[in-house]
Design a binder for this molecule. Structure first.
Ligand SMILES: Cc1cc2nc3c(=O)[nH]c(=O)nc-3n(C[C@H](O)[C@H](O)[C@H](O)COP(=O)(O)O)c2cc1C
Ligand SMILES: [Mn+2]
Length: 471
């Protein structure tokens, strides 16, 4: 992404990306992937319990949760294939399409009026205005989990887009966790200059805009321009009512406010993506001054550690890791952050090995690609890295611990990994690539000729009686 050698963006004429949340809900509904709950589901646990039960299979729409007029949606992208579908490409082009969009951003287009401004509230009581669910048993209370937080660099004016969990701390107050990325950097600039940082929180956008918010982009790179490139046309944005931030015009809901200088308050516990709780701690605070929304808005919630959460973070990371590894190792064919590794900690790499020892170099390169990566498995080109059974088979049959294992101690890891020592972590790599000098038959996987082409509808007599069949 840092590379400026951007190839011309191949036209999106051959793909039909989804550019709007409601359009995506129609796609899901039309293919039996949108469950509609009975009205009146409880916002406290019951909504999350149902969404979690359907996670990976269907998105869920909850009309009138706890009687609230605003419906809730969850599980917009419960599978990698759904995200590729939203882009209008096959699974095999998911990462390259994202990477191409990141290299060829499309500036947004400002419009004067927008659906998201149809209804405006200046007297803000978030719990009354929005159906904010409580997800996990020990969460401190209701959380907004699918809000794109947009802010501007106080020095340059460039925008930043990201997702932060937001604890409902008062009628117009949110606790926010700012990990050391771009929002925190902008806030520090504002605080040093003695002021608050204006923000907008956008809830209810299409899957590609959500995905763009997770790009690992340089500071001052507006992630909304990646959303435009993924859509194949500039994103329509509108200026906020109380600050200069530009937000997607077709979003469902926007909260406008400020991260308060020199204010910290308790936030948490909250169930996070590794399936553990974050400890309560003093965190930053946002005060909301206005809420705008469509006439009949939809509220989106993302389950912490649900597949939607894992994939949103995982896919842009995979795209970045792939580009990073390919620069040094042209034989790297594909990378995958597996779900069991929370789409963060476990990386599988498929390598067309050209040099003896290269598997170990790829492992070391991968550790440098992102500090979250903890365990790496490098496999040969005949192993499907999206199938953990095949990856395990490679470890079982092509790996010797005394020869092929790489262990690094005391490196930087993820703070959210409870087994790390406050973010200091060991790293481990498995090089399962076979020696280039192996005799041809030694590692050749068995295969039945024709197994890939069998069409069961043509060869199996469905419902036949086995005794009669022998007559
Ligand atoms: C559902 C979801 C929740 C997230 N919650 C937080 C959070 O509470 N705090 C945080 O710093 N990052 C959180 N992230 C990760 C950031 O959004 C992500 O790292 C983003 O790319 C950072 O953007 P930036 O590089 O522009 O700062 C979350 C991501 C997702 C998908
Ligand atoms: Mn950013």
């Amino acid at each position: 992404m840092n590379e400026r050698v951007a190839p011309a963006l191949s036209s999106t004429a051959d793909r039909k990306p989804v550019t709007d949340l409601r359009q995506w809900l129609d796609v899901l509904a039309g293919s039996d992937r949108l469950a509609v709950a009975h009205p009146g589901v409880s916002l406290r646990f019951q909504l999350a319990a149902i969404a979690k039960t359907l996670d990976g299979r269907k998105a869920t729409l909850f009309p009138r949760p706890d009687g609230h007029p605003v419906p809730v949606i969850s599980g917009l992208t419960s599978d990698r294939g759904w995200m590729a579908e939203a882009m209008g490409v096959g699974n095999d082009c998911l990462l390259s399409t994202f990477q191409e969009a990141a290299l060829n951003p499309l500036p947004w287009r400002e419009v004067a009026s927008a659906p998201v401004h149809e209804v405006v509230h200046r007297d803000v009581d978030l719990a009354r205005l929005l159906p904010i669910p409580v997800h996990n048993e020990l969460d401190s209370g209701p959380y907004i989990t699918a809000g794109l937080l947009i802010s501007r660099n106080p020095r340059t004016g460039a925008q930043n887009v990201t997702i932060h969990r937001l604890q409902l701390s008062g009628p117009n107050r949110l606790g926010v966790l700012l990990l050391p990325r771009h929002t925190l950097r902008f806030f520090q600039m504002a605080e040093e200059a003695g002021g608050d940082l204006p923000v907008a929180i956008v809830i209810g956008v299409d899957p590609l805009t959500l995905l763009a918010s997770q790009a690992i982009a340089p500071l001052d790179f507006d992630e909304l321009t990646i959303a435009g490139a993924l859509h194949g046309r500039p994103l329509d944005v509108v200026k906020c009512l109380t600050n200069d931030i530009r937000v997607p015009a077709h979003a469902e809901i926007v909260l406008e406010g400020r991260i308060l200088a020199r204010v910290r308050e308790m936030e948490g516990p909250f169930g996070e993506f590794p399936q553990y709780y974050s400890e309560p701690a003093e965190q930053h605070v946002i005060e909301i001054g206005a809420v705008a929304h469509r006439k009949n808005p939809i509220f989106h919630t993302i389950l912490g550690g649900g597949i939607e959460h894992l994939l949103l973070g995982g896919i842009p990371r995979e795209a970045t890791i792939m580009a990073h590894l390919k620069r040094s190792f042209p034989g790297v064919r594909d990378v995958h952050l597996s779900r069991g590794g929370t789409c963060r900690y476990h990386l599988n790499v498929q390598l067309d090995k050209r040099h003896e020892g290269e598997g170990k170099n790829v492992i070391m390169g991968a550790f440098g690609a992102h500090y979250d990566i903890k365990h790496v498995v490098v496999v040969d080109a005949d192993v499907d890295i999206h199938d953990q059974t095949q990856v395990e088979w490679a470890i079982a049959t092509r790996f010797q611990a005394d020869r092929d294992l790489v262990v690094v101690s005391e490196a930087q890891g993820s703070r959210l990994d409870p087994s790390s020592r406050n973010g200091v972590s060991a790293k481990m790599g498995f090089d399962t690539t076979v020696p280039l000098s192996s005799p041809p038959l030694k590692y050749k996987r068995i295969r039945v000729p024709g197994e890939e082409e069998v069409d069961l509808t043509k060869v199996i007599d469905e419902g036949a009686d086995w005794r009669k069949a022998m007559e």
